[in-house]
Design a protein around this ligand. Sequence first.
Ligand code: CA
Length: 717
Amino acid sequence: MNIIQAAVIDFNKIKITVDNFSEFMTSKFQIMNNDEIIPVERISTNDNMAILILSNEINIKKECSLIYDNTLNIKCNYYRLFSSEAFNSRYFYDGKLGIEYNVHKTKFKVWSPVASSVNLLLYKNGDVAVTETPTKIHMSEEEKGIWTVIVNENLDGFFYTYEVEAYNKINEAVDPYAKALGVNGLRGAVINMNDTDPKDWDKDFSPNNLESFTDAVIYEISIRDVTINPNSGVINKGKFLGLTDEHTLSVNNLPTALNHMLELGVTHVQIMPMFDFSYNSVDEKNPIKYNWGYDPQNYNAPEGSYATNPYDPKCRILELKQMVQAFHKNGLSINMDVVYNHMISVGESNFSKIFPGYYFRRWNDGALTNGSGCGNDTASENKMMRKFIVDSVLYWTKEYHLDGFRFDLMGIHDIDTMNLIRKGLDEFNRPIMLYGEGWELTTNIPKESKAIIANSSKTPKIGYFNDIIRDSVKGSVFYFKDGGFVNGKQGLEDKIKLSVIGCIDGYSEALKGVFTSPEQSVNYVSCHDNNTLWDKINHTNESENEQLKMDRHKLALGIVLTSQGIPFLHSGCEFCRTKNGVEDSYNSRDSINWIDWDRKYQYLDVFNFTKCLVELRKYHPAFRMTSSQEIKKNIMFINNTPKNTIAFVLNDPSGKDNWKRIMVIYNANNSSVNIPLPDGTWNLVVNKHSSNINTIKIAEHNINVDNIDINVLYSEA
Ligand code: CA
């Protein structure tokens, strides 16, 4: 006989599972809580499960065990209680958390209904390596598990942590709501946030004038990768400030870093983790080790290794704002890559130190889920975790004037959380992007409530990385040698057509999509994960000459930039970025991850082609249709073209473009093809040799398209 699990489901109810109930006598169950026995009032059984109704409430500040006949003893887990209505009605707190500072006093507020005592520890140093005895100030518990204290002094410049006692363990934790940090993020900092605003910050506005999210062209960078190469021409290498200079040049006098992004003409720069990530990954005191930063430590403050002085808590905030200001001044918007789905580890997480057992998702038996593949998943379905994520996103939006958010492994989160964020962002009354990775992962929330592509109809105005276009254009990310349309794989015509229409649902019987709007489709062929596009082509088309590989590369980018939806470019793809075949370079050295600006000169032809297509897209609304209805009405595929070719006509949906009709042809064959043209006179304006949008030739009736090429033509009638 065995007790399999015991889960507290209400303050006076425990659900138990045993292997064989017939071997148990119900009168022999007891609950031990706080060294006291709580009598079982009654038991209702159902097969090998039973609900024990207790005569008194359980004290959740103490551990609780189920005892049978003084022989079997199992710890009851509280996990299911924490997501229950009973718990939420008693402890969900909708007010402000964190600190409220002014020059006369600071109020500290932290939530932990299970803590038995909480002390505020005040330090003069932000560095834990400096020996110091902190001032300890007792905090008192108010309603809903909120612990508070007010210190009537000007605490600007002090550092703080919370000493939390829960279940007979004492932990020192950083406030999860801390806006400022000491070096390596091991202490929070009390600061006057006014000191972190650069000059004219009140005049900084988002340049973002998107009418539809499909107007955006996203460019993904890491602060470090784009600045740290000795050939970047950037002074503050690896720092936020390295991206405030819009005049940097390479040795070949070609624009680099911010200057380069402006030249390329993208609208939104997506920045890989710039919140505080683990000091184990990158030591802020000596940032030699490289890491992408997908291992969150503190969510509400910037990463210190990107600041010129990580010891000064104001510095990282000021410098990040200076970067935002430089981007905005130059008309660029910033999307922040956020990683709320997991943390560096459950044990090291400040959340767990403050309220063990609440913030991370578990299976019903109490074991941690690991859909993220990083050892843990946060529990967005638990209302205070959900509140934290929403508060955090809105805080970054307001304080740092950000323009969008990219959610790492968004499929770990539930749709209610994502829709609440959408609602909060909409209240800023400017178009703020929200999109993420909607992969379905194995975690303990029902499939129908996951923020995954299959549920995209339930999350309007939230975008998803589109793996249909990613894998059909250039091959699967999971199979090394698998190619796609541009690499010469056969039979992908319908998948490419589906990609062209932004994978919207309901276009035709043959093309079955997944999205309700093109604003939900983030179109890409490469990003920081997996091989770069160039490395992928080098695997799949290894024996070919460089010119042919470049043609394939251009065709892939050409498809992304002429498809409906939101194009997304991995930085450096516009000049054939390589990571020397390292697929998962999250902790590889700089020389693998950095952008090599010499390649811009070497592959200038590819860069100019990409730039030309970005421009094409920005000037012609037919590439940026705003709804499924528009797409259904205005895109026609030409039938019966040769194998491995796609040809389609876009009607101008705006009625304002001189280009009344645009025709796009992709030829993935190794030989040229002849494609019939619809009636009218057509100007060929783009092919693989283009570096600007000028008429190359006039065509009627048909056009001969070169091997591995894209042609764009327009007609004024
Ligand atoms: Ca850090």
